[in-house]
Design a protein around this ligand. Sequence first.
Ligand SMILES: [Zn+2]
Length: 218
Amino acid sequence: MHRSSRNALVPALLAAALILAVSSGCGRRARPSPMGSVIGVKIYEHPGPFGPLFDEWRGLGVDTVFAGESLARNADFRNLVRSNGLTLYLIFPVFQDPEAVKTDPGLAAVTAAGTPAREAWVEFVCPARGDFLARRIDELRRAVAAADPDVVSLDFIRYFVFWERVAPDRTPASLPRTCFCPVCLAGFERTDREQGHAQVTHFFKQSMQRGLVNHRTG
Ligand SMILES: [Zn+2]
């Protein structure tokens, strides 16, 4: 995909999410939080029944639920969110998608060492993959239509880093650099051709290919 149209997709996704968040909140008011604070819970899975869960949250003063897509789509769960006057955030991971990478390894973001961008359970799709991003935008539309959240939380909408494991004393240079997948390398080449630095990119690409060979055989 052309770079300019690819770059246009990220703000489009953000704009779509904001519009959906605003429009889905029309017609009802979330319970106001004291002094603007939020007492929230983040939850991805629960086997049910949900009644005791909401009883416990009520006792704790919870006013906001950040829910994964499957729970947010669950009608029983959502009814209890509404009847308890809670604000519903739909958690929507954008580039964190191990299943997509498993199905199509070519989607994986790649580090400067030529290895797939992966740390523990964090596994990113390359943010420059316009085809994947277009698919996620469609999936977001469907998720919002089904879950009718007050707000969408766009998680993992960044280049790869497992920031929960980045200690305060880490230097920026020690963080993984991405993305150097074939799509991004082709983008670098296009940019450098336009700027007259093709030989530099060619040298870099050859180095990357050596890195990939080392990775595959190591
Ligand atoms: Zn890439």
